[in-house]
Design a protein around this ligand. Structure first.
Ligand code: MLT
Length: 407
């Protein structure tokens, strides 16, 4: 008899963004004439930078000729891209990352979801609340949690993020082995300072723990005092893996390209305490299960690092940041308290009511889609997240409609 992985039965009915999409589709069917403005899932709306498009075209043309055609590439990504990433995103900022510590992939969602596979199932996992649901759900699937009870899984150390700690989690009061951090944060938009990150690194070093640092939104950081990579902070190379993405940086949500940095100095342990290089495990997993990203996509990603590419990406992220500033001002003028929207494309709003009720209200009364905070964890109850990824015209229209609905 074929048996299932019963850990899947512990999961909530459906993935947050699928659940929202279902509700929005039902609303659209019932209201076919209503124009819906989507400020829910963080999906970019503007075209790829011209530098990426040109590189894409050139690479496609190469694929059209036998002499320049490429078949399988290296599983970890082509050297031309790994070198640019390590130089521009890290070494130019004083962070010590080698070219071959970069693993190119098709998304930070996949990497942050897959990485837990290389660790034991009986480790203690610390996960922020609210949180990007992928970190939690993949640990549930792997059997690292107990059942879901009163909005939380047994066996997980939740790191509460709320107004009292400026949405930056405090160190846990019990020992943990694997720590998920994300800054600029999804969903709150909060940022972390060097000294706060240093405290986590020191904790991980002292406890033989490992930090999984999701920096998918670093391109939105404008405050030069904030770290853009965990490797800008001393000691991180021993205890941190970092995830990055071209999705929000350069509009690659549909094109798919991201990368993970696994320093060769990161260690995890066997049950008997022998140190093992995490790099070797991830490399083994990656080469077995993944054949990297297509050649044209990697060439398009490489173009992000050209002079024109850098200027175009800056223009793109500035555009979304202007939307974020507009949203922030509009919700504050309605009397709501919020965080994020500066150095981040997300605005986290205290809606002062049940977050699904607020989601329904905005959808039904204004045709605007947001993300209910409760979908990101118990600490998200009462909040909604608004994303700045849309045209400025739509953002203005959405805020006008919300003003009318709530006014
Ligand atoms: C989000 O809206 O939280 C993100 O777009 C989801 C993702 O990147 O997978």
């Amino acid at each position: 008899m074929i048996k299932i992985n019963e850990n899947f039965l512990k999961l909530q009915a459906s993935y947050l963004f699928s659940n929202i999409a279902k509700r929005v589709n039902a609303y659209q069917s019932a209201n076919p004439d209503q124009e819906i403005i989507r400020l829910g899932i963080g999906d970019v709306t503007r075209a790829l930078p011209q530098a990426c498009i040109s590189a894409f075209h050139t690479a496609i043309d190469e694929m059209a000729g036998d002499a320049t055609f490429r078949g399988y590439g290296p599983e970890q990504g082509y050297d031309f891209l790994r070198e640019k990433i390590a130089q521009h995103d890290f070494r130019n900022r004083g962070a010590d990352v080698a070219d071959d510590e970069i693993f190119v992939s098709d998304g930070a969602k996949c990497d942050t979801g897959n990485i837990q596979e290389i660790f034991a199932t009986d480790i203690r996992v610390a996960i922020p609340d609210p949180v990007y649901p992928v970190y939690l759900d993949t640990n549930v699937m792997a059997g690292r949690t107990g059942t879901y009870d009163n909005g939380r899984y047994q066996g997980v150390t939740y790191l509460d993020c709320n107004r009292d700690n400026d949405y930056v989690p405090q160190l846990p009061s019990e020992p943990v082995d694997l720590i998920y951090l994300c800054f600029p944060n999804n969903p709150t938009g909060a940022t972390i300072a060097h000294d706060q990150l240093k405290a986590w690194i020191d904790y991980a070093r002292a406890n033989k723990a490992l930090i999984l640092y999701d920096a998918a939104y670093e391109a939105f950081v404008r405050d030069n005092d904030l770290p853009r990579s965990i490797y800008e902070v001393e000691g991180a190379r021993e205890v941190a893996i970092e995830f990055r993405s071209f999705s929000k940086t350069a509009g690659f949500t549909g094109t798919r390209c991201a990368y993970t940095v696994v320093p060769k100095t990161c260690t995890a342990y066997t049950a008997s305490g022998d140190p093992i290089e995490v790099y070797d495990l991830w490399n083994r997993r990656h080469t077995t299960k993944f054949n990297s990203v297509s050649y044209p996509v990697q060439r398009a990603a490489e173009a992000v690092y050209s002079t024109e590419g850098q200027a175009q990406v800056k223009e793109l992220t500035d555009y979304y940041l202007a939307n974020a500033a507009y949203i922030r001002k509009a919700v504050q003028s309605l009397g709501f308290d919020c965080v994020g929207g500066e150095n981040s494309p997300y605005i986290w709003i205290d809606g002062q009511r049940d977050s699904w009720e607020f989601f329904d209200l905005l959808l039904n009364e204004s045709g605007v889609v947001c993300t209910p905070g409760a979908g990101f964890g118990r600490c998200g109850e009462g909040y909604i997240r608004i994303s700045a990824f849309n045209s400025f015209e739509n953002v203005q229209k959405a805020m006008d409609r919300i003003q009318t609905a709530l006014g």
